[in-house]
Design a protein around this ligand. Sequence first.
Ligand code: AMP
Length: 888
Amino acid sequence: MQINSQTPEYKQNIPLNTLTPIIGTQVIEEWNDTQVVDHDLCIHHMFEMQVERSPQAIAVVFEDIQLTYQQLNKRANQLAHNLRTLGVGPEVLVGICLERSLEMIVGILGILKAGGAYVPLDPAYPPERLAFILSDTQASVLLTQEKLVKNLPPHQAQVVCLDSNWQGNTENNQENPVNQTTADNLVYVIYTSGSTGQPKGVMIPHRGICNQLYWRQTNFRLTQADKVLLTISFSFDPSVWQIFWPLCFGGQLILARPGGQQDTAYLVKVIIDQQITVLALVPSILRVLLEEKGIENCRFLRHITCGGEALPSELIEGFFAKLNLENVFHNCYGPTEASIDTTFWTCQRGTNYTIAPIGRPITNAEIHILDENLQPVPVGESGELYIGGIGLARGYLNRPELTTEKFIFNPFSSEAGARLYKTGDLARYLSDGNVEFLGRIDHQVKIRGFRIELGEIEAVLRQHRSVKEVVVIMREKVQGDKRLVAYLTLKQEQTAKVEQLRRFLQQKLPIYMMPSAFVILKALPMTPNGKIDRHSLPEPTQTRQQAEETFVAPSDETELQLARIWEKVLGIEPISITDNFFDLGGNSLLSIRLFAQVQKAFKKDMPLAILYQNPTIEQLAIILRQLEFSPSLSCLVPIKPNGSKPPLFLCQGFSLYQSLVPYLDSERPVYALISRDGQGMPVRFNGIEELASRYINEIKTLQPEGPYFLGGHSFGGVIAFEMAQQLSAQGQQIALLALFDSYVPGTMKKMSMSKRLSYNLKQFLKMGPAYLLKLCIERLSQKYGNLALKNQFIRTKNLQYLVSQAAYFKLVEEYATKYIPQVYLGRITLLMASDRRFQDEPELGWTKLAGGGLEIHEIPGDHLSIFKEPSIRLMAKKLELSIDERLI
Ligand code: AMP
C-alpha cells in the first residue's frame, strides 16, 4: 500500500506498543455492532410529519423573512404539483441552481415532494462545469432564479424560475402530493471531484439520509428551541443534514447569507444575534473563527460538528479555551458516497492525540480496516478504510466501471447484495475502538474542507495547448495553510504565461480548485523507475511569477508597510503594488488573515469588502491614505459589505434599502449614505451640491474609481443625481443612476381637493379602516415633530425619531428651493410608484433633465409600499436588469 506525498506525518499519534495486539476480529465485530431498526422513510415524508406536529412553528429564516412549517409546506406543495405536470416523479433528476435563499429550500422540498431527486448546481461554478453536470444528469427540468438564467450554459432542461413563473396554474393546490417514491429511490445526486478530469455524480437514496437524521436525533435530540445555521453550499452533502435535521424534527433552519460562510466576523455576529445552537464547520474555518472578536459570546451553541478534514487537537484545545462548553463538540467523518457522516468522536480536553480520532460508526454503519487482500488488519496497524451499511450510495451516475471498482462485495455481511465502499482513506483502530484517520492512499486532498482530486486539475491543465506535462500537489508550509501548486513543463516552442494558465483554469474549475502557484520547469523530476518524483518537486520559489517589466515597487511608507504584510501572508516575495491579491493565491481565509493585520498595523476598522473592491497594494494604499484625512466613515454605512461585484451606493436611507438587499444579486455589496449626527439629527450642508460632494468623498474611500452604481429613494434620488453630475464632471463613469420614486424638486404640487378625495377613497377601499388609522398617525407624528422641533421642552427621548424626521423634511425643503438641476448627459433609470399622492409632471420631471435617456419602470404601490412584497421583487429585478444592461 503506497502512502502518497500528502499523507500526513501524524500517524504515530499513539505509540503502537501501547495498543493491545491481541485484540482480534471478534472485538472489531462488536465495535461494528450498530444495527437498529431502519425507519424506511423518505425525507419529504419526515418533513410532512413534522408539519403535522408543529404547523405554526418557525421552520426557516433568511435575513428578516421567515416561514412557518405550514407556510413552507404549502409553498413546496404548490411547486411539487407544478413539477408533476412537467413529468417529475421517482428517479427523475431535477437540476436546481439557486443561491442560498428561501426559494432554495422551497425548491429542494418541491422536487422531493414531486417524487424526484435534486441535483444541486452552485451558481458560482464556471459554466463549463454546470454544462457538464446538466448533460451528465440529462436533467429535464431546472429550477433557478431569473437573474441567474443568463449565466447558465446551453442545456436541454425546461427552466422554472422560482422567483417568477412557476405559480401559474397550480396556485391553489397546496395539499401534500401523493407519490410512489420509496426510501430506495434517489434523494439527490451530488457531484464531487473526479480524477479523470470531470466531476462524478454520487447517487444517494432516501434510506441513507433518513438513517443519518434518525441517528442525529437519537444521539443529540433537537428541540423546537434549536436553531441550526446553514453555512455550507448545498452542493456539498453536509448541507443535507443542516437543512433536514431541523426541518424533520421541529427546529429552526437559519440560512446564512450567500458567501457568509467565509466571513468569520459575519458568522460570529449571526451566531450571537440569532442565538444559533447548532453549527457545523470545517477545521480551517474553525481556526479563524476562534480568533474572531466576540467568539466568547457565542454561548447558545450546544452542538458543533467539525468534519471534512483532519481536526488537530490544538484546535480542540483552542475551542475549549474560548468556549467552555463540554460534550457539544464532535469530530465527524464520512465521504459523500456514504450519506454524509459515517463515524463521530466527541472531542475531549487534554488527550494525547495530535489529531482527533474520527471515532466509531454511527447507527447502521460498519467500518472495516483492510489490507490489500481485503483481510482485516490487527488493531493498531494501518490499512484502507472500507465502509458498509445502509448509508452507501447507489454508485456513480453513468460510471458503471468506477462504481464496480469502488463499491465492492462485502465479505463480512450475511445480507445478500451487501457492499463495501473503498474510501481511499488510510486508518487504524485504536485499542478503545476509536478509529484514527492517517491520510490518503491516493492523490485526493482536502483544502478548507473541499474535496479535490489533484488528477482533475492535472487533466484540465493538460488540455491547454502549451502544456506538455503537469503535476499538482498540495503543500502546507504553515499549519492550516494548505495550498495547491501546479508544476508544468511546456511543449517545445511554446511560451505560456502563468496569467494565461490561470485564466484558462478559471473557465473550467471552481475557485477552490485553483492552484495558488504555477511553477514552470524544464523537466519534472523522476524516480529511478520512471515515475514523477513528487517529493523532489521544488518549493515554489516564493518569488512572483509575473514578468519583471510588470513589477512596480512601493513608493511610500503606506505601500511599503502593506507590501510587507502581503509578503508575510502570501509567502511570496517581492510583490508588485499592482499585483492582484487573489491572483497571487489569496483565498477567503488568507484575506481574513491579511485584513486583520492591515487593520492592526493601520489602526483602522474597515469592512473586508474593501479588499475585494481594491485587491492591489496600490488601491488599498489610496483607501488608507484617504482614511488618514477623513477618519470617520460615518456617512457610509455598510448594509451588505461583502460580494465580488461593484458596490451599489444608495442615498439618504437605510431600512428601505436593507429590505431591498435580499432580492439583489448576492455578490453585490450595498452601502447607504446618510448624514446624521450622534443624536440622529440631519447634518446641515450648504445645499445639495455640498452634501453630494461629501458623499462622493466617502464613496471614494471605498471605490476610488468608477464606474459607479448610484441610487436613491425620494429626495435621496436627487442627491444621487447631483453626485452623478459631479462625478461625470470629474471624468468618472456612471454605470447606473437609479431613482426610486424621486421627484425633480419643484415639480411636486399638491393635488386638487377632488383628486385628493378620490385618492384617499381609493386607498380606503384597498386597505379599509387601517388606512384612516395610518393617516391619523401620520398627521399626528408630523404635528408633534414640527412642534417639538420649535419647542425642545416638549421633546421626549422615545419620540426623538419624529423630531429628526421633521428636521430632515425642513432641510429637504430648504435644499430643494435652492437647487437648480442641470441636464445630465448620462442615462437615468426611474422606478416610479404607480399610486401617486401628488400632482406632478408625467415622468416626475426627469424627461427634460435626462440627456442620455430615461428608462422608466412603473412599480405597483405607493411611495413606500414599493419597498414591500410583492412590489419589491419586481423593483429589484428591474434594477438588476438595468445594471446588467449597462455592463454589457
Ligand atoms: P467528502 O466526500 O467531501 O465528504 O470527503 C470525504 C473525505 O474527506 C474522506 O474520505 C476523508 O478523506 C476526508 N474527511 C472527512 N471527514 C474527515 C475527518 N473528520 N477527519 C479526517 N478526514 C476527513
